[in-house]
Design a protein around this ligand. Structure first.
Ligand SMILES: C[S@@+](CC[C@H](N)C(=O)[O-])C[C@H]1O[C@@H](n2cnc3c(N)ncnc32)[C@H](O)[C@@H]1O
Length: 220
């Protein structure tokens, strides 16, 4: 898959995939979108709920490791909030070493550690952050853990309709803890319908810059 680096409006880089006419993040801001959708609407919400019941641990599943930006922000969040995160991330088309090396996010050294981390096994990278990267198609993966939070970050529904399906959402729902949360940047009507049909209550939240809405879905 050919990928070209571009700089988004907040100054952070992302990749553009010409054959899909798709970017890895919003061109209005890669870091600002990840913070808005995955950290603020997802991790902050779930970790506050978990701490309310006396637990400081969150298990996250990500669909699409990609640049590693969401994992990096989660690792920084775990350090800042002195919490424990198990972060499993699935990726069908991993970046090459050269591609990962040109991603000039702040905390570039920490991102390099995430990319250098072994695949297919959990690796404890800091006191509170364990990463398990899996080189696999999410459609083929047998999920065997109860995740508290799912980062659904595939390419857009128009490009990958088979991933934004009731069937896949039902499989993910079955692998979530009670009241588990799924967050995603898309708020398309077909995505909301598929999530509801798969057993989620769907909340429409304000979107990141340039997008009116995003979705937070709670397991019923
Ligand atoms: C929109 S990008 C986001 C990636 C990443 N979360 C990030 O912040 O850079 C979508 C990612 O999903 C991956 N992907 C696409 N189809 C997939 C599949 N069937 N299974 C697992 N990953 C997939 C792509 O290779 C890409 O890395």
């Amino acid at each position: 898959m050919e990928r070209r680096i571009i700089i988004t409006d907040d100054g952070s880089p992302t990749f553009f995939v010409p054959e899909l006419n798709e970017c890895y993040h919003s061109t209005r801001g890669a870091v600002s979108e990840s913070l808005h959708v995955f950290i603020d609407a997802g991790l902050r919400e779930v970790s506050s709920r978990r701490s309310a019941v006396g637990s400081s641990g969150v298990r996250i599943l990500e669909v699409g490791f990609g640049t590693g930006l969401n994992a990096l922000l989660a690792m920084l969040y775990a350090e800042e909030h002195k919490m424990t995160i198990y972060y499993e991330s699935l990726e069908k088309y991993p970046l090459s070493e050269e591609e990962a090396a040109i991603l000039n996010y702040s905390n570039k050294d920490k991102l390099a550690v995430l990319h250098a981390c072994a695949w297919e096994e959990p690796v404890q990278l800091t006191t509170g952050f364990t990463l398990c990267k899996r080189r696999i198609d999410v459609l083929a993966y047998k999920l065997d853990k109860a995740f508290d939070l799912i980062y659904f970050d595939a390419f857009a529904p128009a490009v990958q309709p088979d991933l934004w399906s009731k069937e896949l959402f039902a499989k993910l729902c079955a692998a979530m803890s009670p009241d588990g949360v799924l967050v995603t940047y898309s708020a398309k009507g077909t995505v909301k319908s598929a999530l509801r049909a798969a057993g989620f209550e769907v909340q429409r939240l304000p979107g990141a810059a340039g997008k009116r809405h995003m979705i937070r879905a709670i397991k019923n």
